[in-house]
Design a protein around this ligand. Sequence first.
Ligand SMILES: Cc1ncc(C[n+]2csc(CCOP(=O)(O)OP(=O)(O)O)c2C)c(N)n1
Ligand SMILES: [Mg+2]
Length: 279
Amino acid sequence: MLVARGVDEEARQLQKQGALDLWLSCQGQEAAQVGSALAVGAEPTVFPAYREHAVALLRGVAPEELVAQWAGRTFCGWDPRRLRFFPYTLVLAAQTLHGVGYSIGQRLQGLEDFVVVYIGDGATSEGDMSEAMNLAAVESASVLFVCQNNGWAISKPAEEQMRTSLAERARGFGIESARVPGQDPEAVFAACSKAAAHVREQRAPYLVEIPVARIHGHSTSDAQEVYRSREDIAQAKAADPVSAYAARLSGLGLVDSAWFDAVDAEVRELRERLMKEYA
Ligand SMILES: Cc1ncc(C[n+]2csc(CCOP(=O)(O)OP(=O)(O)O)c2C)c(N)n1
Ligand SMILES: [Mg+2]
């Protein structure tokens, strides 16, 4: 979580300097991403949206590969086949159908068919998501949908987009689901472990909805102060999962300042690597 936070912050700075054209921050969503990624492990193929930076880093995407597309250097940046982490998908919800189709195709060939699809709350309003959930349910596809509900589709609040939770909507399609708060990586890990076991054992889809708090604007081109109350932004910052979990682990005596120093050094090195390559 600390590494993802550091890389994300460096990318934000690089964008301000004009080295990147755009950046979509994952700050506030690290616990949801790390908890879910660690719970599913290395086997499944992951179909991300576009801000799953912590998942990408855990999958082995190098920081300089992660930001390459945002500098306009390439379409993707990493090797999706080798890392089993597909390219970021900017066309909202397109990855849901790609993921379900991929899983079905893998099963037909007798290959690993466990697929994880990441999606935001706003993208679930796209027809593709409904088609993907229905197809996954009908075909009993081994797909875990992980929905990070950060409450916003750019400036459109989630409560203006839906009358039910995503977890409830999934059940309407015949997909089992759970809703777990995204501040605590251990709670996310537990819920996603259960979900992954369901997908593996039942060979059936599952949806986990994870409410998270988006700390920054939708992208570096978005001034969230225009449409979001000061209190709401302050609350998101106060609910920061990275500092909360760091404080919790320190309080329990599980990590000490030497451990934090070592992580800081790793983060500094990665940030310097990014600066050298892009600034
Ligand atoms: C098909 C399509 N329609 C509209 C857009 C413009 N757009 C980009 S991001 C976004 C909001 C997505 O919100 P959400 O799915 O909640 O993801 P978040 O950015 O909050 O992580 C919109 C409307 C797009 N990229 N693709
Ligand atoms: Mg959203």
